[in-house]
Write a protein that binds this ligand. Sequence first.
Ligand code: F6R
Length: 615
Amino acid sequence: MCGIVGYIGKREAYPIILEGLKRLEYRGYDSAGIALYDGENLKLSKTKGKVADLENKITKEISLNGSVGIGHTRWATHGVPNDVNSHPHYSNSGDLVIIHNGIIENYASIKEELIKRGYSFSSDTDTEVLINLIEDVKKNEKVKLGKAVQIALNQVVGAYAIAVFDKNKPDEIVVAKLGSPLAIGVGDNEFFIASDATPFLEYTKKAIYLEDEEMAIVRLKKGIKIRKIKDDSLVAPYIQELQLNLEQIVKGGYDHFMLKEIHEQPEAIKDTYRGRLNVKEGLIRMAGIDDNLEHILNANRIIVIACGTSWHAGLVAEYIFEDLARIPVEVEYASEFRYRNPIITEKDVVIAISQSGETADTLAAIKLAKSKGAFVFGVCNVVGSSIARETHAGAYTHAGPEIGVASTKAFTTQITVLTLIALKLAKEKGTISKSDFQLHLQELQLIPDKVKKALLQDEHIKTVAKIYKDAKNCLYLGRGFNFPVALEGALKLKEISYIHAEGYPAAEMKHGPIALIDEQMPVFVIATKRGHYEKVVSNVQEIKSRKGKIIGIVTEGDKDVKNLADHVIEVPETLESLTPLLTTIPLQLLSYHIAVMLEKNVDQPRNLAKSVTVE
Ligand code: F6R
């Protein structure tokens, strides 16, 4: 979490850094700050709150000129979100300034030692400790900034993406990375530093992504020198050509990124299967699977590791893989998996799912699985992300940038990729008939149009949202393939509207949650045709007899649930295994509208951040 931006070159740094921080605000929005160097003075302004608050404050505090600068938008780890704990942080001399994304775990002992040597600290942050450690090394060892950063980093335990500036060496910025992402945009004798490439898209399409345990000295006229932090060896810079466009990261007429991203799903799903799904020839081509087919087909089991919404996509995959490909699947929270001494062998295939490709727990779980000899396959959205690089092979979701903190199109595109993999394996294993395989391909190709149709229910969903927006608790029920959708629906409501919501397998209701049901309790029931429809209808009856309010997500033309429910929202009919791609849509819209009606910050819900790079 936290977003970092830096610039060194010939332009005014302030507008580049400010706009960059706005684009990275999805990574954290507890506080923001910018430091600028104008050739003489190092100036700094920071504040609790959002980048917009900084924008209002900064003009009253400092002059905005200068062609070198660094900026930060924070998701608080150490110390409450206040002005003092905001980044950038000065060193005691005021010569050095730093921005940091990550956590320095051993900061307390280093701080103690520095205090003994006469250093003082104004904030509660680990970052202020790091910049003073760098200063201490620089002074005592009489080394240049780059060397001091390297020596200091070899003493710290934790995770970081940092940018450090020394006003006595104003032609360079020193950056380093371990565990948190860091990209360098390479222009014509100008350089951009950022947590992802979005802050510099309009200036350059050339980017270097630092690897873990690498640092770089970014210097005017001399360019970029990358070294390994541990052994000082030089690394040849690998410059990538970015495929991202500016249009992909603006709201494009929508009120919120989340709404834009919900509406992008038909195209996003199409982009996910484009070039992979060939209905005419009855084929699925996926390089990451094709190149490792034997390995995957011979697996004893598949272990899915993920967090949050991606974990829900993993649960859907469990149903799909077991049903179609008859491969045993276990779905694990990455945070639990990594700490519970799991039994993993070389015969296991691990599928790691992550939108950002940066989630710390998922990354650590991948490393653990690899160390035990498992083959690890990544399903990521962000190209070139840490997880994409750490896995043996993988498939991108191609959903395009997801900026709203609540995950929407990432979920449906993850399910699309996982469905393609399951179908491909099923075909290879012979666990699906030719005609059934072909039917699945045809239906999958129709999904984008069906999602479009589901989106047409928006006005009706708004009406339903208005009725239930003041609920204090909500239940979400689903069975089979749609049980994970119930979990996802509840998560979406919780995270953006702050209404307490629980997802349950519909039949579990009578083992406890049914006690909660009264006339105040809205129950959202996914009750599409096929699968266990009659059983769900019985569950709906049980809710009705306890006077719960029933909102059914049903197949077009449904009669039984319609007769019992207070409201129904229809989705087009499809194969049972593909229904999650449709039933998810109304639940996303419902959460969105409720949050808007409650005047919540939809794109940046409190306490959350898009990319969870801390454990
Ligand atoms: C929920 C949400 C989170 C993420 C989770 C994993 O809307 O966005 O629950 O799904 O933090 O993130 P990734 O997929 O980036 O690993």
